[in-house]
Design a protein around this ligand. Structure first.
Ligand code: AMP
Length: 635
């Protein structure tokens, strides 16, 4: 492998920095330029290409290259408190399983550039499938197991996968959650049809197979036990994966990522942010369906030569000490979780933290939603190690802001998501004028392009939407908007104040209110509705719907309203999945709207949170807001 790069006389400090980080991974062929952006680039700004001409492979960097020094070191430990199994795969064993999976996928016709949709619970095969795709240059699109058939169908239609990898069922608090019927319904709903469905049969639920389409993994694996599938060397800017995320429309956005830039960004972040250290253990309690799972369960820790823990279970079962039990058992050095998980633990005895030997733990990283100060204090005191908030998005793939851990720092900046991370030119600007904000002034968090390596290249199949959605919202400049409001203090620490669009964050999971509204409106009795995110002590936010009935007499009494509410909530659950199920759906006579007919979601949200609804000069009729208040707060 060559890490030698040609010297470029015009290398800027930024390019020099990334050239150095690029040496953290293996390249088959060296790149010819660190960055292609602006003048002379193949594509106009904001499109950027990193490590142009270099060839590499994510699977090689995550698995194969460690075989020389750490073949017998555990690479992946599967801990399932759902089915009570612990299974360890060394790097050599992981390599074997990935190669078998790659061979199996190839035998089903999957080639470089094909999409493979992975709809799996937290089982080792999910990791094998992702790495196998990376190995052969297929583009994976992992869909979170909590999504149901309609959400899945939208993603199938957008990604048009040749193959879908799925299972009979997941498990939640000991109960099987069937995947296969949801998948079958999704394929039925979708216009694009996969050629094959590859099934992991866990023996948790019966499955009906579609002849000619559905293939069982266990017998296929047997056929490829001794397979040899070499790595496909990909140009750095080829596509590694698509990961769908919610936006403000009902159509999810396929965040598209490259190969080389992503590998370099992960390697650099593991080293300089996450205390990555080959041979040590890393435990992220996220799910492979989310970006944290991609970056910091699978690719990041493995690229760093660590042992990564894949956990199937909840933070509370068998008891609220399970995370710490696993930390002790596996001598975990670095842990990554979410504020919601910690808030759930906070309801239990802090003594559970003291019961285990946590001396191996260097730091706990928390991300995905605002980390409130009491939670940060509680967990940091309980663990006796730094708790590091970090802020990023599916789009960026790795942290934009992170709090540096400075030993001896007596006053950690609780409540702050930290300082800008290397490689990001983060600025706070006025949403209406684009003028940069000063200390303690609220503004939109923006990133000056080119976005650093690892961030999204574009939206899958929709360059125009990529540019318009992210780069054309701040007047007078081409700059990436995170759609988060933030503020910076005099020491340079940043505080994230919440989304400025209709995206909500439930337990760290990002949901588009529009998708939920569409689902509610598909109920025959509903004329129109609005969904907003309302503050919640545990989950950060919950979705609350306000619906107007076609026939108001359907909700004359409490019993009728409750029955209808239950029906609507089940419909959303069935179409989108449990995570999108609203906490409440209230029925009101009309939605609060401006005279031009725009629904005043922000005012609805404010009223639900007992805040001032803001400027109502454009409101058509104030009485619906009173109904919102009455319905939600009973006042
Ligand atoms: P996702 O793309 O699902 O990771 O969601 C990204 C969004 O989650 C961001 O735009 C923020 O609104 C929120 N978020 C992520 N991390 C943090 C954090 N550390 N503090 C506050 N909000 C966060």
């Amino acid at each position: 492998m060559s890490n030698q790069q040609p010297v470029d006389q015009n290398t800027s400090a930024r390019e020099q920095m990334w050239r150095e980080h690029a040496a953290l991974i293996d390249w088959k062929n060296p790149f010819t330029s660190v960055l292609e952006y602006g003048d002379g680039a193949r594509l106009p700004p904001p499109f950027a290409r990193w490590f142009v001409g270099g060839t590499t492979n994510l699977c090689h960097n995550a698995v194969d290259r460690h075989l020389k020094d750490r073949a017998d070191q555990p690479a992946l430990i599967w801990e399932s408190t759902e089915v009570d199994v612990t299974r360890t795969y060394t790097y050599a064993e992981l390599h074997r399983e990935v190669v078998r999976f790659a061979a199996g996928m190839r035998s089903l016709g999957v080639r470089r550039g094909d999409r493979v949709l992975i709809y799996l619970p937290m089982i080792p095969e999910a990791v094998f499938a992702m790495l196998a795709c990376a190995r052969i240059g297929a583009i994976h699109s992992v869909v979170f197991g909590g999504f149901a058939s309609m959400s899945l169908a939208k993603r199938i239609d957008d990604a048009q996968p040749r193959l879908i990898v799925s299972a009979d069922a997941g498990s939640r608090t000991g109960k099987a959650l069937e995947y296969k019927p949801l998948l079958d319904a999704a394929i039925e709903l979708a216009t694009a049809k996969p050629e094959h469905v590859l099934l992991i049969d866990r023996g948790l639920a019966p499955m009906t197979r579609v002849a000619g389409r559905d293939v069982d993994w266990a017998p296929l694996r047997e056929q490829h036990l001794n397979a040899d599938v070499p790595v496909e060397w990909l140009e750095s800017n080829e596509i590694s994966y698509i990961l769908y995320t919610s936006g403000t429309t009902g159509k999810p956005k396929g965040v598209q990522r490259d190969v080389g830039g992503y590998a370099v960004a992960l390697a650099a972040s593991m080293k300089h942010i996450f205390y990555g250290e080959a041979g040590k253990t890393y435990f992220s309690s996220s799910d492979i369906g989310w970006v944290v799972g991609h970056s910091y369960i699978v690719y990041g820790p493995l690229i760093a030569g660590m042992t990564t823990i894949l956990y199937e279970g909840t933070p509370l079962r068998p008891d609220a000490g399970i995370f710490w039990q696993l930390v002790e058992k596996h001598r975990v050095k670095v842990m990554f979780s979410s504020p919601t998980a910690i808030r759930a633990l906070k309801r239990h005895d802090q003594a559970l933290l003291k019961k285990y030997d946590l001396s191996s733990l260097r730091a706990l990283f928390l991300a995905g939603e605002p980390l409130d100060e009491p939670t940060a204090r509680w967990i940091s005191e309980g663990l006796g190690c730094p708790v590091i908030d970090n802020y990023w998005q599916t789009e960026t793939g790795w942290p934009i802001l992170a709090t540096p851990d400075s030993p001896g720092n007596a006053s950690p900046h609780y409540g702050s998501a930290g300082l800008p991370v290397f490689g990001y030119d983060v600025r706070l600007v006025d949403e209406n004028t684009g003028v940069e904000k000063g200390i303690n002034e609220k503004g939109v968090v923006t990133i000056q392009p080119p976005l650093p390596p690892g961030c999204l290249q574009t939206i899958w199949g929709d360059d125009k939407r990529f540019v318009q959605t992210y780069f054309e919202t701040i007047p007078g400049q081409l700059t990436y908007s995170t759609f988060d409001f933030g503020v910076k203090d005099k020491d340079g620490y940043w505080f994230i104040l919440g989304r400025m669009d209709d995206v909500i964050n439930v337990a760290g999971h990002r949901l588009g209110t529009r998708e939920i509204e569409e689902s509610i409106c598909s109920h025959a009795a509903i004329a129109e509705c609005a969904v907003v995110g309302v503050q919640d002590a545990l989950k950060g936010q919950v979705a609350v719907g306000f619906a107007v009935l076609k026939d108001p007499t359907l909700a004359v009494d409490m019993a009728a309203r409750m029955a209808l509410e239950g029906e609507v909530m089940s419909l959303v659950h069935q179409q989108l999945g449990a995570i999108a199920r609203p906490a409440r759906v209230h029925f009101i006579a009309a939605l609060p709207k401006t005279r031009s007919g725009k629904v005043l979601r922000r005012s609805i949200q404010a009223v639900c949170e007992s805040r001032d609804p803001g400027d109502l000069t454009t409101i058509d009729d104030a009485s619906p807001l009173d109904q919102v208040k009455q319905a939600h707060l009973g006042a």
